[in-house]
Design a protein around this ligand. Sequence first.
Ligand code: SF4
Length: 355
Amino acid sequence: MVYEEVLEEAKNREITEKEALYLFKYTNNTEKFFSLLKTASYVRDKHLGKEFKLWAHIPSTTKGCVTFPPCRYCWHSSRIRGIKSVNKNASPEEIVKMAKMAEKMGFEGVQPGGGCTGKMGKDAIEDTEIIKRNTNLKVYVNYGYDMCEESILELKKLGVERIGCQLEVINPEIFYRIKPGDNLDKRKQIMEIIEKHGVGLDSGIMIGVGETYQDRVDAIFYLKKFKNLKRTSVCGFLPIPGTPMESELPATSRDIAVTIAIMRLVFRDIDIEGSFGRDEQLQQWIMAGTNIRLIHGLFRLKNSRDGFNKNPFKGKTVDVTENFQFTNLLPFYLKMIEETGLKPGLKNAGRYEEK
Ligand code: SF4
């Protein structure tokens, strides 16, 4: 294979597993890195245009993940209290307020909460019902394998846009090493049930946790078989202080971008986004072919001391309810997107104040 020829072909057709592995192995200098990103941007623009979608994360009625033992990289396993104790459930009225505010700003949709809460999707249904009854927003729910067929059917009835069940790592040895309380087979089963009922699926991969390039290719092409896959992502490992994996190396920004770009050459017309908690890399992800971002940290618990799960960008903060506040991080997101030549998909340009 010749590197530039593979990229030239990729402009017009999906790459094969062998080509994906080749690109992982041989994107080994800056010139090739730029060529790969340029091709991924070309494919994104050709299939999805120049609009960059924006979604907002909002708190949910649930308190968060109960996986035990917690994943070894997650802030739930941190021994540092300020990082651990950040979750508080929102009341239905608080969710309505935050969702309405997100709608007013022009977001395409919202994701309430997340994590495996032990409720088998009941909280996802409750949150979706509240949001759908009070707004026209699209809703994405993400509770890992903590879901069941009944809840999936109920969510379908409510018109959920997609249900998340992240694959993370396809190699079982690595999966259980970093996620001892999680269940890879159940994740796969839930993905199959979501697919069986024709509901939008959201599933992505984690990198930088000891997997090989072949593991990544296997994971990407495993996801490829889901016809209802609506969004995928690359989560680059980021060590969190106080966790058992705090002293391991993070995934580099370049490795995340290469993986996103190769995924764009496989998944031509579905939404792809970057990594949780590393939004300072957004422009590089856009160059690598992403077309969507779910922004965390806009709506937060007042006075929360979370040292990790905190968006590093600053903005004007206003109270939304007695417990939650909104920080206007949008101007910097809009600037980052516009500088890349894409148009932010935010209907009201992020305006949230009463006129
Ligand atoms: S399932 Fe997700 S939220 Fe729960 S412990 Fe693992 S990484 Fe953390």
